[in-house]
Each structure stands twice: as C-alpha cells, then as structure tokens.
Design a protein around this ligand. Structure first.
Ligand SMILES: [Zn+2]
Length: 109
C-alpha cells in the first residue's frame, strides 16, 4: 500500500510504502521509543493528536500536514513497539469496509 506519491522517500523522489515508512521510523526512533515504553510513547502520540486538532481547528493546511505526519510517525512507532506490522494490519480494509464489505461503506450510521 502506497503512503504518498511524490514523497521524498529517502531522497529517492518516489512513493513510500507503509512498511518502508515503518522501517524508516524504526531506524530513526525505535531504540529511544522502545526504551521509553508503550505508555510514555502513547502519551506522545496523543499529544501529537492534540496538535493536529489545533491545526485543523485553525484551518492551517500546511501545519495540519506536518501534524498528520507526526501522528502517523508516532502511530508507526507504537505499532513497532507492539510488534504490529502496519502494512499487514491495514490489509483488513483491502476489500472495502471490514463490516459490510462495501466501498463506499453501507453500514448504518
Ligand atoms: Zn460498512
């Protein structure tokens, strides 16, 4: 699954897969985040979600893009700490909504 077309992945100027992104974040932060532990890392993740909320509230698209990246990076490192491979995990959406199996979703609500 492709994260973003045209992303400067490692300076290569090509799309980055979710698994590549997770490996990249592991290379940068895994030791530090593993040492901090799940609870502390989760608090950082939530703090970044709060910063994203602020950027969205202010309708600051550039800042929101940065906060989306930070939230995704913290989500990725949390997955790594817990031994979850994100690219595999998101496969549950590959055939549409996991509940009704449709795209777009046809569930109530
Ligand atoms: Zn559905």
């Amino acid at each position: 699954m492709v994260v973003a077309e045209g992303l400067q992945a490692g300076g290569l100027g090509r799309a980055m897969r979710i698994a590549e992104f997770q490996r990249l974040i592991e290379a940068i932060y895994y030791e530090k985040d593993k040492g901090r532990g799940s609870a502390g890392t989760f608090r950082w993740f939530v703090e970044e979600v709060g910063e994203l909320a602020g950027a969205l509230r202010e309708e600051d698209r550039d800042r929101a893009a940065e906060e989306f990246a930070d939230v995704f990076a913290w989500l990725s490192t949390l997955a790594s700490i817990h031994g979850v491979e994100l690219e595999e995990a998101v496969g549950k959406y590959a055939s549409g909504c996991p509940k009704c199996g449709s795209a777009p979703c046809r569930c109530e609500g």
